[in-house]
Design a protein around this ligand. Structure first.
Ligand code: AMP
Length: 282
């Protein structure tokens, strides 16, 4: 297992082992790893000769300074977890300065409107931060394939848009959501939930499942009303948004059409901890 803190060291190492025939898989994360992250590494190890994982809590994608401060940082534990999958993963765990070189700012991006929906609307500047870090990491690692979770479905679509707009030669691969036994989507932020909150947070996914069933026979409005009402009754939860959107444009659906793919998206505060989830409606 090799761990690099500096991009110059990582680049020299990669230059020494990568040839024209080598495929490089890349898994960017912010650490506090769970089984969902590990599944991305496993896929990358299966598909590629070399796998690089980055662990970096990227300050420019946090719109809320308190969220950034409280974001779990568990590098030693993360390394142990990666070792349980493979010793061959190359880890890049840089400092903020190594990435931003004294200028911790986002570039600004136009993702053809994808950035204005849901997470983008509720977390101003978030996708500029995501675009900035992902583009920089791609420049450093130069991956053949890069793996992203569908848990952050909007991010996945935005990264696809980023590589097509900037003609970055990497294939973006979306992977399914890993869940706790009670259905709660795994997330690094779950580490901040009490056992009781974690148990109660199962309501997020069960609501999405119920909404999916309703969507077969009810209008979008009726489904949204049901979700709203349900969260009004949950004392420790605050619904930030629930939306049913077209999977490719991420625009809220106005009228159901047979040949389109739809997906529901939800963001909920459990006390001060913000959780997101999504489910395909097809
Ligand atoms: P993060 O560390 O939260 O930035 O996530 C790093 C990558 O892991 C992103 O591509 C996420 O979408 C993905 N990921 C996060 N949670 C899950 C999950 N529960 N299942 C699958 N992938 C996930």
């Amino acid at each position: 297992m090799v761990i690099f803190e500096r991009q110059s060291d990582l680049k020299s190492h990669l230059e020494s082992i990568v040839t024209a025939k080598t495929t490089v898989g890349f898994v960017p994360t912010m650490g506090a790893l769970h089984a969902g992250h590990l599944s991305l590494i496993e896929q990358s190890l299966t598909d590629n000769d070399i796998t690089v994982m980055s662990i970096f809590v990227n300050p420019t994608q946090f719109n809320n300074p308190d969220d950034l401060k409280k974001y779990p940082r568990t590098l030693e534990k993360d390394v142990e977890k990666i070792k349980t999958v493979s010793d061959a993963v190359i880890i890049y765990a840089p400092t903020v300065d190594d990435i931003y070189n004294g200028k911790t700012e986002s570039e600004s991006f136009n993702f053809d409107g994808l950035e204005n929906q849901m997470e983008g609307r509720h977390r101003p500047g978030h996708f500029d931060g995501v675009g900035t870090i992902v583009k920089r990491l791609f420049e450093i690692v130069k991956p053949t394939n890069s793996y992203f979770g569908e848990k952050d479905f909007q991010q996945l679509q935005i990264v696809k848009k980023l590589v097509s707009k900037y003609q970055i030669p990497v294939r973006i691969i979306g992977r399914p959501i890993f869940r706790e036994p009670n259905g709660l989507a795994m997330s690094s932020r779950n580490e901040r939930l009490t056992p009781e909150e974690k148990q109660k947070a199962a309501v997020i996914f069960s609501t999405l499942q119920h909404a999916k069933k309703m969507f077969g026979t009810k209008s979008v409005n009726e489904v949204a009303k049901y979700v709203d009402k349900l969260f009004q009754k949950q004392k420790d939860f605050k619904l930030e948004y629930f939306e049913i959107a077209d999977e490719s444009t991420l625009l809220p659906i106005i009228r159901k059409s047979k040949n389109k793919k739809y997906r529901a998206f939800i963001a909920v505060f459990v006390n001060d901890i913000r959780l997101i989830d999504t489910i395909s409606f097809n």
